[in-house]
Design a protein around this ligand. Structure first.
Ligand code: KG4
Ligand code: ZN
Length: 348
Protein backbone atom coordinates (compact mmCIF):
# COMPACT_ATOMS: atom_id res chain seq x y z
CA UNK A 1 0.00 0.00 0.00
CA UNK A 2 1.21 3.49 -0.77
CA UNK A 3 1.00 6.44 1.63
CA UNK A 4 0.36 8.78 -1.24
CA UNK A 5 -3.22 9.96 -1.66
CA UNK A 6 -5.39 8.36 -4.33
CA UNK A 7 -7.45 11.16 -5.85
CA UNK A 8 -10.23 11.01 -8.42
CA UNK A 9 -10.69 14.21 -10.44
CA UNK A 10 -13.73 15.25 -12.48
CA UNK A 11 -13.71 17.89 -15.21
CA UNK A 12 -16.85 19.13 -16.99
CA UNK A 13 -16.26 22.86 -17.54
CA UNK A 14 -16.72 22.75 -21.32
CA UNK A 15 -17.30 19.87 -23.76
CA UNK A 16 -14.98 17.21 -22.31
CA UNK A 17 -16.20 14.84 -19.61
CA UNK A 18 -12.91 13.99 -17.95
CA UNK A 19 -12.25 11.59 -15.09
CA UNK A 20 -8.66 11.22 -13.95
CA UNK A 21 -7.13 9.12 -11.21
CA UNK A 22 -3.81 10.12 -9.66
CA UNK A 23 -1.78 8.67 -6.82
CA UNK A 24 0.58 11.34 -5.49
CA UNK A 25 2.19 12.61 -8.69
CA UNK A 26 1.54 9.43 -10.65
CA UNK A 27 -1.16 9.31 -13.31
CA UNK A 28 -3.12 6.06 -13.15
CA UNK A 29 -6.01 6.84 -15.51
CA UNK A 30 -7.23 9.67 -17.71
CA UNK A 31 -10.63 8.85 -19.24
CA UNK A 32 -12.15 11.50 -21.48
CA UNK A 33 -15.46 11.49 -23.35
CA UNK A 34 -15.88 14.44 -25.67
CA UNK A 35 -19.06 15.91 -27.13
CA UNK A 36 -17.02 17.96 -29.63
CA UNK A 37 -18.59 16.24 -32.65
CA UNK A 38 -22.08 17.21 -31.50
CA UNK A 39 -21.02 20.88 -31.53
CA UNK A 40 -19.06 20.83 -34.80
CA UNK A 41 -22.00 21.76 -37.05
CA UNK A 42 -22.71 24.82 -34.87
CA UNK A 43 -19.10 26.04 -35.12
CA UNK A 44 -18.81 26.33 -31.34
CA UNK A 45 -19.79 24.63 -28.09
CA UNK A 46 -23.55 24.71 -27.38
CA UNK A 47 -23.85 24.83 -23.56
CA UNK A 48 -27.05 22.80 -23.22
CA UNK A 49 -25.81 20.11 -25.58
CA UNK A 50 -22.60 19.91 -23.53
CA UNK A 51 -24.49 19.60 -20.22
CA UNK A 52 -26.65 16.78 -21.54
CA UNK A 53 -23.61 14.96 -22.91
CA UNK A 54 -21.84 15.23 -19.53
CA UNK A 55 -24.86 13.71 -17.85
CA UNK A 56 -24.82 10.74 -20.20
CA UNK A 57 -21.05 10.25 -20.13
CA UNK A 58 -20.39 10.72 -16.41
CA UNK A 59 -21.00 7.25 -14.97
CA UNK A 60 -19.41 5.29 -17.86
CA UNK A 61 -16.37 7.59 -17.77
CA UNK A 62 -15.93 7.11 -14.01
CA UNK A 63 -16.20 3.35 -14.51
CA UNK A 64 -13.68 3.41 -17.36
CA UNK A 65 -11.19 5.43 -15.28
CA UNK A 66 -11.46 3.03 -12.30
CA UNK A 67 -11.02 0.05 -14.58
CA UNK A 68 -7.92 1.52 -16.24
CA UNK A 69 -6.41 2.47 -12.89
CA UNK A 70 -7.23 -0.97 -11.49
CA UNK A 71 -8.93 0.50 -8.43
CA UNK A 72 -12.32 0.30 -6.76
CA UNK A 73 -14.13 3.55 -5.97
CA UNK A 74 -13.84 2.65 -2.28
CA UNK A 75 -10.01 2.97 -2.59
CA UNK A 76 -10.28 6.71 -3.36
CA UNK A 77 -8.99 9.05 -0.61
CA UNK A 78 -10.42 12.30 -1.98
CA UNK A 79 -12.60 13.59 -4.82
CA UNK A 80 -11.67 16.75 -6.76
CA UNK A 81 -13.86 18.52 -9.29
CA UNK A 82 -13.66 21.66 -11.43
CA UNK A 83 -16.01 24.11 -9.69
CA UNK A 84 -15.23 26.93 -12.18
CA UNK A 85 -14.66 28.85 -14.32
CA UNK A 86 -16.61 27.33 -17.21
CA UNK A 87 -20.11 26.82 -18.59
CA UNK A 88 -22.57 26.95 -15.67
CA UNK A 89 -24.75 23.97 -16.67
CA UNK A 90 -21.76 21.85 -17.63
CA UNK A 91 -19.97 22.59 -14.34
CA UNK A 92 -23.11 21.67 -12.40
CA UNK A 93 -23.06 18.10 -13.71
CA UNK A 94 -19.48 17.59 -12.54
CA UNK A 95 -19.99 19.27 -9.18
CA UNK A 96 -23.18 17.29 -8.45
CA UNK A 97 -21.47 14.02 -9.41
CA UNK A 98 -18.41 14.78 -7.26
CA UNK A 99 -20.61 15.66 -4.29
CA UNK A 100 -22.51 12.39 -4.65
CA UNK A 101 -19.23 10.44 -4.75
CA UNK A 102 -17.68 12.30 -1.80
CA UNK A 103 -20.82 11.87 0.26
CA UNK A 104 -21.29 8.21 -0.67
CA UNK A 105 -17.62 7.37 -0.02
CA UNK A 106 -17.40 9.65 3.01
CA UNK A 107 -14.25 11.27 1.61
CA UNK A 108 -13.22 14.95 1.34
CA UNK A 109 -14.35 17.00 -1.65
CA UNK A 110 -12.16 19.65 -3.33
CA UNK A 111 -13.88 22.09 -5.70
CA UNK A 112 -10.95 23.41 -7.71
CA UNK A 113 -10.16 26.15 -10.19
CA UNK A 114 -9.95 24.96 -13.79
CA UNK A 115 -6.98 27.20 -14.60
CA UNK A 116 -4.97 26.12 -11.57
CA UNK A 117 -5.63 22.51 -12.66
CA UNK A 118 -4.21 23.28 -16.15
CA UNK A 119 -1.02 24.36 -14.32
CA UNK A 120 -0.84 21.49 -11.81
CA UNK A 121 -1.17 18.79 -14.49
CA UNK A 122 2.41 19.34 -15.60
CA UNK A 123 3.60 17.69 -12.38
CA UNK A 124 2.36 14.36 -13.70
CA UNK A 125 4.83 14.59 -16.52
CA UNK A 126 7.75 16.75 -15.42
CA UNK A 127 7.78 16.36 -11.64
CA UNK A 128 7.22 19.02 -8.96
CA UNK A 129 6.42 22.44 -10.36
CA UNK A 130 9.18 24.97 -9.76
CA UNK A 131 7.70 27.74 -7.61
CA UNK A 132 7.61 30.56 -8.29
CA UNK A 133 7.03 30.03 -11.97
CA UNK A 134 5.15 31.80 -14.70
CA UNK A 135 2.17 30.13 -16.37
CA UNK A 136 0.95 30.95 -19.86
CA UNK A 137 -2.54 29.45 -20.14
CA UNK A 138 -4.00 29.48 -23.62
CA UNK A 139 -7.22 27.71 -24.56
CA UNK A 140 -10.58 28.23 -26.20
CA UNK A 141 -11.87 30.08 -23.15
CA UNK A 142 -8.84 31.79 -21.63
CA UNK A 143 -5.49 33.39 -22.41
CA UNK A 144 -3.65 34.46 -19.29
CA UNK A 145 -0.21 35.13 -17.93
CA UNK A 146 -0.10 34.09 -14.30
CA UNK A 147 2.46 34.26 -11.51
CA UNK A 148 2.43 30.99 -9.58
CA UNK A 149 3.89 31.21 -6.07
CA UNK A 150 2.00 28.18 -4.76
CA UNK A 151 -0.49 26.49 -7.08
CA UNK A 152 -2.51 25.21 -4.09
CA UNK A 153 -2.98 28.65 -2.54
CA UNK A 154 -3.48 31.24 -5.24
CA UNK A 155 -2.24 32.48 -8.53
CA UNK A 156 -1.66 36.13 -9.37
CA UNK A 157 -2.91 37.31 -12.76
CA UNK A 158 -0.36 39.47 -14.61
CA UNK A 159 -2.32 39.79 -17.85
CA UNK A 160 -5.12 38.29 -19.90
CA UNK A 161 -6.86 38.68 -23.23
CA UNK A 162 -8.98 41.79 -23.58
CA UNK A 163 -11.15 40.19 -26.28
CA UNK A 164 -10.89 36.75 -27.93
CA UNK A 165 -9.00 33.90 -26.30
CA UNK A 166 -6.11 32.47 -28.35
CA UNK A 167 -7.95 29.21 -29.05
CA UNK A 168 -11.05 31.15 -30.05
CA UNK A 169 -8.93 33.02 -32.62
CA UNK A 170 -7.64 29.69 -33.98
CA UNK A 171 -11.23 28.39 -34.20
CA UNK A 172 -12.57 31.53 -35.92
CA UNK A 173 -9.72 31.76 -38.42
CA UNK A 174 -10.08 28.06 -39.21
CA UNK A 175 -13.71 28.71 -40.00
CA UNK A 176 -12.75 31.55 -42.36
CA UNK A 177 -10.45 29.12 -44.14
CA UNK A 178 -13.12 26.42 -44.38
CA UNK A 179 -11.36 24.13 -41.87
CA UNK A 180 -13.41 22.05 -39.38
CA UNK A 181 -14.13 22.89 -35.71
CA UNK A 182 -12.24 22.98 -33.41
CA UNK A 183 -9.82 24.75 -35.69
CA UNK A 184 -6.57 24.75 -33.69
CA UNK A 185 -5.33 21.30 -34.68
CA UNK A 186 -6.30 21.89 -38.34
CA UNK A 187 -4.44 25.22 -38.49
CA UNK A 188 -1.46 23.53 -36.83
CA UNK A 189 -1.50 20.85 -39.52
CA UNK A 190 -2.07 23.21 -42.47
CA UNK A 191 0.62 25.59 -41.22
CA UNK A 192 3.23 22.85 -41.30
CA UNK A 193 3.37 23.09 -45.09
CA UNK A 194 2.91 26.88 -45.26
CA UNK A 195 5.19 29.89 -45.23
CA UNK A 196 4.97 31.75 -41.91
CA UNK A 197 6.34 35.00 -43.38
CA UNK A 198 4.07 34.98 -46.44
CA UNK A 199 1.67 37.53 -44.90
CA UNK A 200 2.60 40.07 -42.25
CA UNK A 201 -0.39 39.86 -39.90
CA UNK A 202 -0.63 42.29 -36.94
CA UNK A 203 0.73 41.52 -33.47
CA UNK A 204 -2.01 42.66 -31.02
CA UNK A 205 -1.19 45.03 -28.14
CA UNK A 206 2.46 45.18 -29.09
CA UNK A 207 2.86 48.84 -30.12
CA UNK A 208 4.68 51.25 -27.79
CA UNK A 209 1.47 52.94 -26.59
CA UNK A 210 -0.35 49.61 -26.08
CA UNK A 211 2.53 48.22 -24.09
CA UNK A 212 2.26 51.08 -21.60
CA UNK A 213 -1.24 50.01 -20.56
CA UNK A 214 -1.38 46.38 -21.66
CA UNK A 215 2.16 45.08 -21.35
CA UNK A 216 1.11 41.55 -20.38
CA UNK A 217 -2.38 41.54 -21.94
CA UNK A 218 -3.37 39.98 -25.24
CA UNK A 219 -5.78 40.88 -28.03
CA UNK A 220 -6.58 38.55 -30.91
CA UNK A 221 -9.71 40.06 -32.38
CA UNK A 222 -7.79 42.54 -34.58
CA UNK A 223 -5.70 39.68 -35.95
CA UNK A 224 -8.83 37.66 -36.74
CA UNK A 225 -10.31 40.68 -38.59
CA UNK A 226 -7.04 41.16 -40.48
CA UNK A 227 -7.19 37.56 -41.67
CA UNK A 228 -10.86 37.99 -42.67
CA UNK A 229 -10.03 41.14 -44.69
CA UNK A 230 -7.10 39.43 -46.38
CA UNK A 231 -9.23 36.44 -47.36
CA UNK A 232 -12.01 38.73 -48.66
CA UNK A 233 -9.51 40.75 -50.71
CA UNK A 234 -8.15 37.58 -52.33
CA UNK A 235 -11.67 36.39 -53.10
CA UNK A 236 -12.58 39.73 -54.68
CA UNK A 237 -9.45 39.59 -56.81
CA UNK A 238 -10.34 36.03 -57.84
CA UNK A 239 -7.05 34.72 -56.40
CA UNK A 240 -7.06 31.27 -54.92
CA UNK A 241 -6.40 31.31 -51.17
CA UNK A 242 -3.22 29.57 -50.11
CA UNK A 243 -4.57 28.00 -46.91
CA UNK A 244 -1.20 26.72 -45.60
CA UNK A 245 0.39 30.17 -45.99
CA UNK A 246 -2.50 31.98 -44.26
CA UNK A 247 -2.54 29.36 -41.48
CA UNK A 248 1.23 29.58 -40.97
CA UNK A 249 1.31 33.39 -41.01
CA UNK A 250 -1.64 33.64 -38.61
CA UNK A 251 -0.18 31.02 -36.29
CA UNK A 252 3.16 32.83 -36.31
CA UNK A 253 1.46 36.10 -35.27
CA UNK A 254 -0.34 34.41 -32.34
CA UNK A 255 2.72 32.50 -31.14
CA UNK A 256 5.02 35.48 -31.53
CA UNK A 257 2.90 37.65 -29.21
CA UNK A 258 2.30 34.86 -26.67
CA UNK A 259 5.97 33.97 -26.43
CA UNK A 260 7.25 37.54 -26.45
CA UNK A 261 4.94 38.60 -23.61
CA UNK A 262 5.59 35.47 -21.56
CA UNK A 263 9.35 35.96 -21.82
CA UNK A 264 9.02 39.65 -21.01
CA UNK A 265 6.94 38.83 -17.91
CA UNK A 266 9.44 36.18 -16.80
CA UNK A 267 12.41 38.53 -17.20
CA UNK A 268 10.60 41.42 -15.50
CA UNK A 269 9.75 39.27 -12.48
CA UNK A 270 13.06 37.41 -12.37
CA UNK A 271 11.44 34.02 -13.09
CA UNK A 272 13.46 31.21 -14.69
CA UNK A 273 10.64 28.73 -15.38
CA UNK A 274 7.62 29.07 -17.65
CA UNK A 275 4.88 26.46 -17.94
CA UNK A 276 2.49 26.57 -20.87
CA UNK A 277 -0.92 24.93 -20.58
CA UNK A 278 -4.41 24.85 -22.08
CA UNK A 279 -5.50 23.44 -25.43
CA UNK A 280 -3.43 25.86 -27.54
CA UNK A 281 -0.29 24.60 -25.77
CA UNK A 282 -0.72 21.54 -27.99
CA UNK A 283 0.34 23.75 -30.90
CA UNK A 284 3.63 22.56 -32.32
CA UNK A 285 4.88 25.99 -33.42
CA UNK A 286 4.11 27.48 -30.00
CA UNK A 287 6.01 24.71 -28.24
CA UNK A 288 9.03 25.02 -30.54
CA UNK A 289 9.14 28.82 -30.56
CA UNK A 290 8.77 29.11 -26.78
CA UNK A 291 11.45 26.51 -26.08
CA UNK A 292 13.88 28.04 -28.56
CA UNK A 293 13.48 31.70 -27.56
CA UNK A 294 13.45 30.88 -23.84
CA UNK A 295 16.65 28.84 -24.09
CA UNK A 296 18.38 31.86 -25.62
CA UNK A 297 17.55 33.75 -22.40
CA UNK A 298 18.37 30.95 -19.98
CA UNK A 299 14.68 30.35 -19.20
CA UNK A 300 13.28 26.82 -18.96
CA UNK A 301 9.93 25.93 -20.55
CA UNK A 302 7.67 23.07 -19.44
CA UNK A 303 4.74 22.00 -21.60
CA UNK A 304 2.67 18.90 -20.82
CA UNK A 305 2.07 16.44 -23.66
CA UNK A 306 -0.84 17.51 -25.93
CA UNK A 307 -3.35 15.09 -24.33
CA UNK A 308 -2.79 16.71 -20.94
CA UNK A 309 -2.98 20.27 -22.36
CA UNK A 310 -6.59 20.00 -23.55
CA UNK A 311 -9.30 19.65 -20.88
CA UNK A 312 -9.12 16.38 -18.96
CA UNK A 313 -9.80 14.87 -15.55
CA UNK A 314 -6.15 14.08 -14.80
CA UNK A 315 -5.42 17.77 -14.33
CA UNK A 316 -8.14 18.04 -11.69
CA UNK A 317 -6.89 14.92 -9.93
CA UNK A 318 -3.31 16.27 -10.09
CA UNK A 319 -4.31 19.49 -8.36
CA UNK A 320 -6.50 17.59 -5.88
CA UNK A 321 -3.60 15.34 -4.98
CA UNK A 322 -1.32 18.33 -4.43
CA UNK A 323 -3.95 19.91 -2.17
CA UNK A 324 -4.11 16.73 -0.09
CA UNK A 325 -0.30 16.42 0.01
CA UNK A 326 0.04 20.02 1.24
CA UNK A 327 -2.72 19.60 3.81
CA UNK A 328 -5.08 22.20 2.36
CA UNK A 329 -8.65 22.34 3.67
CA UNK A 330 -11.34 20.72 1.48
CA UNK A 331 -14.55 22.38 0.27
CA UNK A 332 -17.92 22.15 1.99
CA UNK A 333 -20.56 19.80 0.62
CA UNK A 334 -22.72 22.78 -0.36
CA UNK A 335 -20.00 23.78 -2.84
CA UNK A 336 -21.54 25.80 -5.70
CA UNK A 337 -20.52 25.65 -9.35
CA UNK A 338 -19.12 29.12 -10.10
CA UNK A 339 -18.94 29.90 -13.82
CA UNK A 340 -16.70 32.90 -13.13
CA UNK A 341 -14.55 31.54 -10.30
CA UNK A 342 -11.53 33.85 -10.10
CA UNK A 343 -8.03 32.43 -10.54
CA UNK A 344 -7.14 33.77 -7.11
CA UNK A 345 -9.53 31.13 -5.65
CA UNK A 346 -7.86 27.72 -6.08
CA UNK A 347 -10.25 25.81 -3.79
CA UNK A 348 -13.85 27.02 -3.61
O1 KG4 B 1 -8.19 23.70 -23.00
P1 KG4 B 1 -9.17 23.31 -24.09
O2 KG4 B 1 -9.29 21.84 -24.43
O3 KG4 B 1 -10.62 23.79 -23.74
C1 KG4 B 1 -10.89 25.06 -23.20
O4 KG4 B 1 -10.82 25.19 -21.93
O5 KG4 B 1 -11.14 25.95 -24.02
O6 KG4 B 1 -8.77 24.14 -25.38
C2 KG4 B 1 -9.47 24.03 -26.61
C3 KG4 B 1 -8.86 25.01 -27.61
C4 KG4 B 1 -9.62 25.10 -28.92
O7 KG4 B 1 -9.81 26.46 -29.23
C5 KG4 B 1 -8.69 24.43 -29.92
O8 KG4 B 1 -8.82 24.93 -31.23
C6 KG4 B 1 -7.34 24.75 -29.33
O9 KG4 B 1 -7.52 24.62 -27.93
N1 KG4 B 1 -6.30 23.82 -29.79
C7 KG4 B 1 -5.25 24.20 -30.55
C8 KG4 B 1 -4.53 23.02 -30.85
N2 KG4 B 1 -5.17 21.97 -30.25
C9 KG4 B 1 -6.25 22.47 -29.61
N3 KG4 B 1 -4.87 25.41 -30.98
C10 KG4 B 1 -3.75 25.48 -31.73
N4 KG4 B 1 -3.02 24.40 -32.08
C11 KG4 B 1 -3.36 23.16 -31.67
N5 KG4 B 1 -2.62 22.10 -32.02
ZN1 ZN C 1 -9.28 24.45 -20.24
Amino acid sequence: MSDEPLVLGIETSCDETGVGIVRGHTLLADAVASSVEEHARFGGVVPEVASRAHLEAMVPTIERACETAGIALSDVDAVAVTSGPGLAGALLVGVASAKALALGLDKPLYGVNHLAAHIAVDQLEHGPLPEPCLALLVSGGHSSLLMVEDVTVGVEPLGATIDDAAGEAFDKVARLLGLPFPGGPHIDLAAASGNSVAIDFPRGLSGRKDLERHRFDFSFSGLKTAVARWVEAQERAGTEINVPDVAASFQEAVCDVLVRKALDAASTHGIDDIMIGGGVAANRRLRAMATERAAARGIRVRVPRPGLCTDNGAMVAALGSELVLRGRAPSELDLPADSSQPITTVVA
